[in-house]
Write a protein that binds this ligand. Structure first.
Ligand code: GRF
Length: 207
């Protein structure tokens, strides 16, 4: 295993979180390598972003696999072929199965656009506006078998404004997503994350 952490990023859409991670790697804030980007959608803009930075890309269409497990087995094979050590879900619109989670124990992360455990699942920003919360945010967490239920690594709070639409709120949340996702990957890369039951303990920086 080389010293530099190899990450595999799974995407389905725009890839702005992927971009934030690439940017932090390129400006030297994050020591890691994006070994590959895999999308279940051929037209995901995230693939263009990856190619622009010379990163290997793959399209793995879920429709050409017999089921979720078969799809995840193909994902595992691809990720392993790139030597991936940490799997980063960044707008990947698929439910992952134990096939992926058992292949990468405690090494699959996700970002969710709400302060979990509030508003898990789809359309979190819409759910937040409907509920009328005054503060929402985003959460980076390890993935477990539930939907958005895994141990929380970092959260950031974002105010909800009176005149917010789903778009304006999403944009404000994304500013924080782009800050905390690379930070969570950095903590992982530096070996500072320990999972203790539901809690993720962040080790202090060595003096
Ligand atoms: C983000 O809002 C993230 O919280 C959610 O999906 C969105 C992905 O955005 N899981 P992007 O593709 O990284 O721009």
């Amino acid at each position: 295993m080389s010293d530099i952490l190899k990450i595999g990023v799974l995407v389905s859409g725009s890839g702005s979180n992927l971009q934030a991670i690439i940017d932090r790697i390129e400006d030297g804030t994050l020591t890691a390598k994006v070994a590959c980007v895999i999308s279940n959608k051929a037209d995901a803009y995230a693939l263009e972003r990856a190619k622009r930075h010379g990163i290997a890309t793959h399209v793995l269409d879920h429709r050409s696999h017999a089921g979720r497990e078969a799809y995840d087995a193909a994902l595992v094979e691809l990720l392993r072929s790139h030597g991936v050590q940490l799997v980063v879900l960044a707008g990947f619109m698929r439910i992952v199965t134990p096939v992926l989670l058992e292949a990468f124990p405690h090494a699959v992360m996700n970002i969710h656009p709400a302060l979990l455990p509030a508003f898990p699942g789809l359309h979190a920003q819409h759910q937040s506006l409907q509920y009328g919360v005054k503060i929402t945010g985003c959460t980076v967490h390890f993935v477990d078998e539930g939907t958005d239920t895994g141990p929380i690594i970092i959260q950031a709070a974002v105010p909800v404004m009176e005149d917010d639409t789903e778009d304006s709120l999403s944009a404000r949340i994304q500013v924080e997503e782009h800050r905390i996702y690379p930070e969570a990957v950095r903590l992982f890369a530096d070996g500072r994350l320990t999972i203790n039951g539901r809690r993720v303990v962040i080790a202090p920086l060595e003096p």
